[in-house]
Design a protein around this ligand. Structure first.
Ligand SMILES: Cc1cc2nc3c(=O)[nH]c(=O)nc-3n(C[C@H](O)[C@H](O)[C@H](O)COP(=O)(O)OP(=O)(O)OC[C@H]3O[C@@H](n4cnc5c(N)ncnc54)[C@H](O)[C@@H]3O)c2cc1C
Length: 376
């Protein structure tokens, strides 16, 4: 570990914050994680896909194995039309370390539990019910104060408080508010179905429909123009979701029959993106994860980038002597890759809403692939 960086505070117990805290603690840093929620839980959203790069990063922290056993190693990606015909099928791509599946489907709650356990096991002090409201930077240290007036001090402060980060607005007041992409996403839990493939369905009345298997359940989603959003006071979101997908045959209609009727298991959310102007640090403070960069989920790489952030930051602390050098090296290694992937995800989102957007989509996917085939 570099001299002068011995203690870290991480704000936010989402995927990015938890991974970063474990990565720092494994390198011997005294690490405290502060999470505003009183119970350590995930942000909802049912399921998530961990692509090859996310698994490689998790493997560096010894967590990949558990993700595979709690999730599903996806064997096939299918592209279909809304009438149920399959137009393409290929295995998910693996980058670099080929021991891990190219795509792992996992429940968000299961992933979160693995990451909380991972932080605890590495010796991270996890404080729930600690909502940070102020940051005080000094020459030799940085302090945070929570809404109950408690204070913590450390050498570096890593902020991973998500896409709607309030601390970002405090530290960079003129920068980066989350912008709507013009799309929204429906998500629903399909119970008791075990699959080994993911599917993306184009060409129907809804922008993109898809599903991802988790271990014993499936997560079904539909990305559509925000102008087709349900009214905010809608009573029966589940019924609306079923109606929206009524014209689809094939796998979607089969899955809909097993859609959970628990109102909590269907949700709708407008999609947003944010790109903090570099550098993402000021003094002893660095932003990572969605707080620094978030695109629409068209490439299924948002969490993956946050996971990479934490692993790379921990490597940088070991390779440098001062906070300034460490954060500069971090930006060198992260900025271009993250920018390319976030821009590609935004481009794909807009191409999905544009007739004849296929070529734009292909270009964006190629740009992201070029980044992914390199090591993070
Ligand atoms: C529909 C959808 C599908 C997606 N699918 C995928 C996918 O398949 N694969 C993928 O890799 N990514 C996917 N993503 C992206 C992924 O969900 C996000 O990138 C990731 O969850 C962001 O994690 P985070 O830790 O940066 O932020 P968050 O998960 O938002 O965590 C922030 C945490 O900080 C806490 N917090 C906030 N303010 C404070 C404060 N002041 N003090 C203390 N704590 C605070 C919050 O309570 C929260 O726990 C998807 C996103 C969406 C919307």
């Amino acid at each position: 570990m570099g001299m002068g960086i011995e203690k870290a505070i991480v704000v936010g117990g989402g995927i990015a914050g938890l991974v970063c805290a474990r990565a720092l603690a494994l390198r011997g840093m005294k690490t405290t994680l502060l999470e505003r929620k009183t119970v350590m839980t995930d942000e909802g959203g049912i399921g998530i896909g961990l692509r090859s790069n996310a698994m490689n990063a998790l493997a560096e922290l010894g967590l990949a194995e558990q993700c595979v056993s709690q999730g599903v190693a996806v064997e096939e990606i299918r592209i279909s039309q809304f009438d149920g015909t399959t137009t393409a099928s290929y295995p998910p791509r693996r980058y670099m370390d080929t021991r891990w599946p190219g795509f792992t489907g996992i429940g968000r709650a299961a992933l979160h539990a693995i990451l909380v356990q991972g932080a605890n096991d590495a010796g991270v002090i996890v404080e729930s019910g600690a909502e940070v409201k102020a940051v005080e930077q000094g020459d030799a240290s940085v302090g945070v104060i929570d809404t109950r007036g408690r204070r913590w001090d450390s050498d570096i402060l890593i902020i991973a408080d998500g896409i709607h980060s309030k601390l970002r607005a405090q530290i960079f007041p003129n920068d980066a508010v989350a912008k709507p992409t013009g799309e929204g996403v429906w998500r629903g839990l399909v119970k008791g179905i075990s699959l080994k493939h993911i599917e993306l369905i184009y060409g129907g009345s809804v922008g993109t429909v898809g599903f991802t298997p988790m271990r014993d359940d499936v997560y079904l989603y539909a990305v559509d123009r925000a102008s087709n959003a349900p009214p905010t006071d809608v009573q029966d979101l589940t019924g609306r979701f079923i109606q929206l997908l009524a014209g689809y045959s094939g796998a979607v209609s089969d899955l809909l029959r097993h859609l959970s009727r628990n109102p909590r298991d269907v949700s709708y959310r407008r999609l947003e993106s944010v790109s903090l102007t570099p550098p993402w640090h000021k003094g002893r403070v660095l932003f990572i994860g969605d707080a620094a960069h978030a695109g629409p989920p068209t490439l299924a790489l948002g969490a993956a980038l946050g996971i990479e952030d934490g692993v790379v930051l921990a490597q940088c602390t070991a390779q440098t002597g001062t906070v300034g050098e460490c954060f500069a090296l971090f930006m060198d290694r992260r900025y271009e890759r993250v920018r390319t992937i976030v821009e590609a995800s935004i481009m794909i989102s807009s191409a999905q809403m544009t007739p004849g957007g296929r070529e734009q989509m292909r270009l964006a996917e190629a740009a992201a692939e070029a980044q992914l085939s390199r090591s993070f």
